[in-house]
Design a protein around this ligand. Sequence first.
Ligand code: PHE
Length: 345
Amino acid sequence: MNLQEKIEDLRKRTLSDLLSVADEKTLNNLRTVMLGKKGELTEILKGMKDLTNEERPVIGALANAFRDEFGAKFEAKKLEIEQAVMNAALESESLDVTLPGKAQKKGSRHILTQTQEEIEEIFLGMGYEIVDGYEVETDHYNFERMNLPKDHPARDMQDTFYITNEVLLRTHTSPMQARTMDAHDFSKGGLRMIAPGRVYRRDTDDATHSHQFHQIEGLVVDKNITMADLKGTLDLVMKKMFGQERELRWRPSYFPFTEPSVEVDISCFKCGGKGCNVCKHTGWIEILGAGMVHPNVLEMSGLDSSVYSGFAFGLGQERIAMLRYGINDIRGFYQGDVRFLEQFD
Ligand code: PHE
């Protein structure tokens, strides 16, 4: 074989090898075998020195043409292999975006928490502070400081879980009245606070009773606080909670720690006062207890009741939520049944 034939032979073999190559490694090997230091074409070109002056440019042109052809086909093949690798990867990692997803359950704030936060917002807007109390209280704060001495018959109004003779589960949030008055510096101005929290009573649980429930205590103490302030405040709050068209009705009542004491009814938001099952056909719904802070309660906190006066109220959170959402069994709040709780997302 002369050089020309050798190049032609190498060309045929190499181009057919190139056709069957299917991976990058074999492809690169092929290039080394061809063009590497000891490559076949390299070897052939080494023989050029023995050629005549006439032959040399002819063979040289042939070799260069072949090298260019090989280079171009090599690059094309390389691209083809890379494409195939990419396609295989895409194939194996493919996602079926039409598959139905797995639903994630989203938690939400408990309806009592929502109710509490809504009421807190209203009072924060009126400059009240929010204070936390103790669920385990002393007889002293729960009763005595609320003008209920040890043998007072009104203690029967709130059947109590005693822990010891002096320690109990608070029966209402009212002890926070005494605690905040004790802590407040009246030389810097009056006191406006609400105290939300859990309270306990020895009741047998049924649709309308629970041995634990939630109240929000309210207390305002300053110079010149009158019943008009109480009325104006509760009127505003209740209208925000239940609608501007609501009316309030004030009935005389009795609590040992307020004088005078009132129970406040709201005109029925379901029937507008005509009478329905929500208002038990009276047109009115009892919504809270309130009154002017009893002088004894002020004096026990070291305040001069001829200078200072105040009002207090106690809201039942469950009662408010039950009325607003038409819930007729208080136990729903505590049983943790998500089907019940989800309704209030
Ligand atoms: N503490 C009373 C109760 O639990 C409610 C109340 C609070 C009444 C403040 C008047 C003033 O029934």
